[in-house]
Design a protein. Sequence first.
Length: 215
Amino acid sequence: MAAHPLTVGFDLDMTLIDSRPGIRATYEELSARTGTAVDADLAVSRLGPPLEDELRHWFPEARVADTAALYRTLYPDYAIAATPALPGAREAIDAVHAAGGRAVVVTAKYEPSAELHLAHLGLDVDALVGSLWAEAKAEALRAHHAQVYVGDHIGDVAGARTADALSVGVATGPCDATELRTAGAAVVLADLTEFPSWLERYVAEGADGGDGAAA
């Protein structure tokens, strides 16, 4: 793939979308179906890592694969309609396009589920890659020549840094501004409503980045 003058990667859960209501509802149904209690509120407080990592807190290893498959079967009916875009998500994507760039979503979420969210919310991204977490996200970021990666988790910071992309943290997920900065985020924003003005400065400064508004 040829390099694009500007490609910005975004995480999905708790970066572009508030997936907590839908994931909570899916876990509650999963508990009812399996007879195994899952503390859905606790589970949604630590979103970011792959589904299987969370399931290991509640199910023995021998059941994780089958339970993950059941969860993903339930997900479209319980999670998609319940999940809103986070403030500034559409505007952040629009800002990338207005700057002549490409917006790419790279997420740990199961890709068909991520695609359903984007379609339901009308988030117009140029590419989507799912099932990648932390440093493994660098694979897709490099493939799409992303210069910037925006995410809410220290795992997203690790992915950006591994790909030699500028890490932009948003303090809308389980990791606060201090955690994001300590992990190596070059820029930390309170949320995506601050992203368009930061991007304008980034482009104007010749993609040198610089520090954005701190959360």
